[in-house]
Design a protein around this ligand. Structure first.
Ligand code: NAP
Length: 282
């Protein structure tokens, strides 16, 4: 397993985390699948109060050395008032059946509650040892700066944002560069664009072609492209056991700089192709 330093935390996390949103209704299968990931070196599992999957994670991690795992969960914006943050955290601790959360994240920015009030509660939770690190999710550069400035004692460890070969908004908006220069880890959610990547034939063909040098499939190359960026941690969701195995195996892929450059340029090419095909069909 490839381990990487997680932002400014000095914690080594598996380069791949496990996403648990919408993991399906078969709890036993979900639990077994997370256990399989842990048994194969994954130590980073992401959930959220909103997903309803904290109890599934609790069942999966039972019996493992808690200190070897990094459990991330999130508080929903409806609960961003000071007291509601504290209550949500206590509820998540109960559902996760644990004494502490490794990474507690604000799921989306709030339109109504001032960030200072929310962050005061987050800092208190950290002081009490209920959470180890503070993260944000879906925050723009300006919202991230505001969150950083509203904390007195602690730093933002991570920003969880959508990022994949086909969803590259964080590169254009400046989030990627800002996080990198401030040692804020980027947790890449929907790293296979919810499975939509497989409908982009030009891209999949090119990824498969590059993948032949690495003995890797197109989906493995798409995940490896993210993992080969030092500050990025993809968290794919896989309910299918074969997918889970394939994703875990992708952590071993080291893409050479020339192929990374080719892959970096693929989105532009993909869009050129789709514009060309739209013109030709008009
Ligand atoms: P994703 O991981 O990009 O894609 C999941 C889809 O890809 C599923 O249909 C899965 O199928 C399929 N898949 C996984 N591995 C595959 C493989 N090796 N080959 C072929 N297909 C594969 O999308 P996501 O679930 O939206 O995102 C992942 C995680 O990000 C979520 O679970 C959640 O934890 C997090 N997230 C966070 C936010 C946020 O606001 N912070 C928003 C969305 C998601 P099977 O299930 O059949 O294996």
């Amino acid at each position: 397993m490839n381990f990487k330093e997680f932002g400014n935390t000095e914690q080594k996390l598996s380069a791949l985390g496990i996403g648990t949103w919408d993991i399906g209704n078969n709890v036993k299968e979900n639990v077994d699948s997370i256990k399989f990931a842990i048994d194969n070196g994954i130590n980073f599992i992401d959930t959220a109060e909103m997903y309803g999957t904290e109890p599934v994670v609790a069942r999966a991690i039972k019996g493992y050395d808690r200190s070897g795992l990094f459990i991330a969960t999130k508080v929903w914006p409806d609960h961003f008032s000071h007291d509601a943050v504290i209550k949500s955290c206590n509820d998540s601790l109960k559902k996760l059946e644990t004494d502490y959360i490794d990474l507690y994240q604000l799921h989306w920015p709030s339109r109504t509650i001032p960030i200072g009030e929310t962050m005061k509660a987050m800092e208190e939770l950290k002081d009490q040892g209920k959470i180890r690190y503070i993260g944000i999710s879906n925050f723009s550069v300006d919202q991230t700066k505001e969150a950083m400035e509203s904390m007195n004692k602690y730093k933002i460890a991570s920003n969880q944002v959508e990022y994949s070969m086909v969803t590259r908004d964080i590169e254009r908006s400046g989030i990627y560069d800002f996080c990198r220069s401030n040692k804020i880890a980027v947790i890449a959610y929907s790293p296979l664009s919810h499975g939509k990547i497989f409908s982009k034939k030009t891209m999949i063909d090119e990824l498969s072609k590059i993948g032949t040098h690495y003995g890797a499939t197109a989906s493995q190359m798409a995940l490896a492209w993210l993992m080969n960026k030092d500050n990025v941690f993809p968290i794919p969701k896989a309910t299918n056991g074969t997918h889970m195995k394939e994703n875990i195996a992708s952590t071993e892929i080291r893409i050479n700089p020339e192929d990374m450059k080719k892959m970096d340029a693929m989105e532009a090419k993909y869009y050129e192709d789709s514009i060309a095909s739209r013109h030709s069909s008009n």
